[in-house]
Design a protein around this ligand. Structure first.
Ligand SMILES: [Fe+2]
Length: 478
């Protein structure tokens, strides 16, 4: 059955497969079309927005309470479960029986005694030193989630060494085990940056000197450097001084890329200028011949309803104030000359890119993206596997009416090759509500899926994913 628009809302991000669900279930030994490979062992977890109560004011897809969906692969069998992330905000709203916070599209409710924003933990996941952490896109808590039951086990404070909060998309260096993170806030210091040691203590923490709240959503790392952003998409300075907020795209202002040594301060940042743009997600970065190469998904004209730049396509997805036309892109920041070289690697619109995280910070070829349908709402109608060396793509289209989300790369047990493994993603049929977890051969994504695991409830479209291998699961600390 098609999901009815939630809460009677006409908002497209509360209807179709964006409509939230209100059940938490566990199901074992799921029916499978095809066969689950025995060398796929671990848990695929996905975070996402799933509002429990009708929104107070206008709704933005980023506002919903965090809900996790997970498929555990073991011995050729699969089980599924889903759970809300137990945040203080959700607990308070359950107690009240209705929403207590307004969302992103409303002015910050500074009179709210619980604070103007609800930290939903709904955005990202990262495995760090034996714990799965759920993170929010803004400055929030790192919440420990236990596997496989998805129970929220409180907040990771890193032994009391984390001065403030942490934003989504920290990066774990697979060589050193350090976690490189940033945090952006509406109040100064607007952007902080830091490093957490492999034994879980914040060992570096700096105010990076941003002069207004930033739109930094991600960070890229190499073995020696991190890349921060100062986008042409920013708040109108004049209005900001008067306490008002409007997002502007300053198309005559270059986007700046801040290359900072891993343990650097604001004064150590080297700024590289690039074409005006906005980036939600980077893919990878590495050092090569005295330069830093970075891959990511770049949107050239990120403002919705921008009279200067109509969408390039018939229809481009919009989300809040932003238009999303991201394409696969490569930058090269020359550390000797200070010059930036940049080029698109495709003209197809795709986002939520993932790679083989065992290789984060070293040169990689392959990334896995969700391709956008030409529609005003984000719908991923295929999975693309890109090869950055050849700028070629292999396409894994979903059947008509079925849409996916962020694909994760799950290495085959014992594998070392970059694409030696599987791509795993949830897909759902928007008309019928049927949902599946697809297991795709990463080397041959153009083939039919190796396995289609039938999920006994609808899995709404969500955000970021993580693959926790069986070995990591066995070493879980919580
Ligand atoms: Fe993100």
């Amino acid at each position: 059955m098609t999901a009815a628009p939630a809460f009677g809302s006409q908002d497209p991000y509360l209807g179709g497969n964006y409509a939230p669900i209100d059940t938490e279930i566990v199901a074992h030994d799921l029916p499978v079309i095809g066969q689950i490979p025995r060398d796929l062992a671990g848990v695929y977890v996905r975070n996402g927005s799933n509002p429990r109560f009708a929104p107070k004011g206008r709704y933005h897809w980023f506002d919903g309470d965090g809900m996790l969906h997970a498929v555990h692969f073991e011995d050729g069998r699969a089980s599924y479960r889903n759970r809300w992330i137990r945040t203080e905000g959700l607990a308070a709203e359950l107690e009240a029986g209705h929403a207590l916070w307004t969302g992103l599209l409303e002015p910050p409710d500074v009179k709210n005694p619980r604070g103007p924003y609800k930290d939903t933990g709904n955005t990202d996941l990262v495995w760090f030193r034996g714990e799965l952490l759920a993170l929010w896109y803004m400055s929030g808590k790192a919440r420990i989630v236990r596997l496989p039951d998805l129970e929220t086990r409180g907040e990771e404070r890193f032994g009391g060494t984390l001065p403030r909060c942490i934003s989504a998309h920290p990066k774990v260096d697979p060589r050193t085990g350090e976690m490189i993170f940033f945090d952006y806030q509406p109040l100064p210091p607007f952007l902080t940056y830091g490093v957490i040691s492999p034994d879980g203590r914040v060992v570096h923490y700096e105010d990076m000197g941003a002069t207004q709240p930033t739109f930094q959503h991600d960070v890229a790392i190499t073995p020696n450097y991190s890349v921060l952003f100062d986008f042409s998409l920013r708040w109108d300075d004049e209005l900001l001084r008067r306490g008002k907020r409007r997002i502007v795209f300053q198309r005559d202002r270059p986007t700046r890329f801040g290359v900072v040594p891993r343990y650097g301060k604001a004064a150590d940042v080297r700024w590289f200028e690039g074409n005006p743009c906005f980036i939600y997600h980077t893919i990878n970065a590495w050092e090569e011949d005295g330069a830093i190469v970075m891959l990511g998904c770049k949107t050239e004209n990120p403002l919705a309803a921008d009279p200067y730049n109509p969408p390039k396509r018939r229809a481009a997805p919009e989300l809040g104030h932003l238009r999303l036309e991201p394409i696969f892109y490569r930058w090269r920041f020359d550390l000797r000359t200070g010059a930036t070289q940049e080029e698109p690697l495709d003209d197809v619109v795709s986002e939520f890119p993932r790679m083989d995280n065992r290789r984060l910070g070293e040169k990689t070829r392959f990334s896995y993206h969700g391709r956008f349908e030409d529609a005003p709402v984000m719908r991923f109608d295929a999975m693309l596997k890109y090869d950055a060396d050849t700028a070629g793509a292999k396409v894994h289209p979903y059947p008509p009416g079925w849409y996916g989300g962020e694909p994760v790369f799950a290495p085959r047990v014992g594998s070392t090759g970059e694409d030696d493994g599987y791509v795993v993603t949830f897909v759902a049929n928007e008309a019928t509500g049927e949902s599946e977890c697809r297991v795709i051969d990463a080397r041959h994504p153009e083939h039919e899926p190796v396995a289609r695991v039938r999920i006994p409830q609808r899995v709404p479209t969500g955000y970021h994913t993580w693959w926790v291998s069986a070995d990591e699961l066995a070493a879980q600390r919580v």
